[in-house]
Design a protein. Structure first.
Ligand SMILES: C[S@@+](CC[C@H](N)C(=O)[O-])C[C@H]1O[C@@H](n2cnc3c(N)ncnc32)[C@H](O)[C@@H]1O
Length: 233
């Protein structure tokens, strides 16, 4: 009866170029308009990480991230490792103080804020990651990169990285980590920076490239990360 009535009303409205809209559709649109998830910049960001991940498809080794914060990239890279069936051969290693910038960085880079990224609980971050990533293709390492990277490499002398993803914002931990990691980069490895507003990471990567005769580059497409280099393969 309702369908018959609907058809009749629609037939009438059609003569004026109009039609009935189902109530569920209205509810759905209202719901959809409120959604913030997968908004443009987030979607673009995920695509840019997929793009850099593809660059290491034929490069053996792990992923190192300098600066983990709440583990967003830990989740994205873990998904990429799992979905590429690479969890036997590749892992993500994330380094962070989980307490913001060091005194040394704050002294040498005045634009950094002592209030940023403070007091992040590593166990809460792990819990959050675990709720999405059921296996463990990742490891989080707490501490100042200036100390934690050298001691990690001392414990793992055969460690090889296919990607170093620099997202610690500060110049001096970035450049020191890159120099420490250099002998541990696989041929063809890439070093990326995640910095829209150029600052310490950009400075560190340019300096590293100049010193080691590498190309400071960017790709020519919408999902390109701000800058990266590829070590000679
Ligand atoms: C921009 S956030 C990282 C965001 C993260 N990559 C993501 O996916 O959302 C920068 C992080 O770098 C960390 N950091 C800065 N200097 C550091 C240092 N010397 N050692 C370890 N972590 C550091 C901060 O604690 C902060 O969590």
């Amino acid at each position: 009866m309702a369908t018959f009535l609907g058809k009749t009303i629609n037939g009438f409205l059609n003569t004026f170029g109009m039609h009935l809209v189902k109530i569920e559709n209205l509810t759905f649109h209202k719901y959809w308009n409120k959604q913030q998830y997968l908004e443009k910049s987030e979607f673009k960001y995920i695509l840019s990480l997929y793009d850099v991940y593809k660059k290491i498809a034929n490069v053996p080794g792990h992923i190192v991230e300098l600066g983990v914060a709440y583990g967003r990239n830990t989740i994205i890279f873990s998904h990429l490792i799992n979905m590429s069936n690479e969890n036997d051969v590749r892992k993500y290693f994330g380094f962070d103080t989980f307490d913001g910038f060091t005194e040394e960085s704050l002294k040498s880079s005045k634009q950094l804020s002592k209030h940023s990224w403070k007091g992040i609980s590593i166990s809460e971050v792990e819990k959050r990651i675990k709720s999405t990533i059921k296996n463990k293709p990742y490891r989080l390492i707490k501490g100042d990169i200036n100390k934690s990277i050298p001691s990690f490499l001392e414990e793992n002398p055969n460690f090889r990285a296919a990607m170093v993803y620099v997202d610690c914002n500060a110049y001096e931990p970035a450049i020191r980590a890159l120099e420490n990691l250099r002998p541990h980069l696989s041929p063809g490895a890439i070093i990326c920076i995640d910095e829209k507003k150029q600052g310490g990471e950009t400075k560190a990567l340019i300096e590293f490239c100049e010193k080691h005769n590498l190309r400071f580059q960017k790709d020519d497409h919408a999902f390109s990360i701000p800058a990266y280099t590829q070590v000679n393969s």
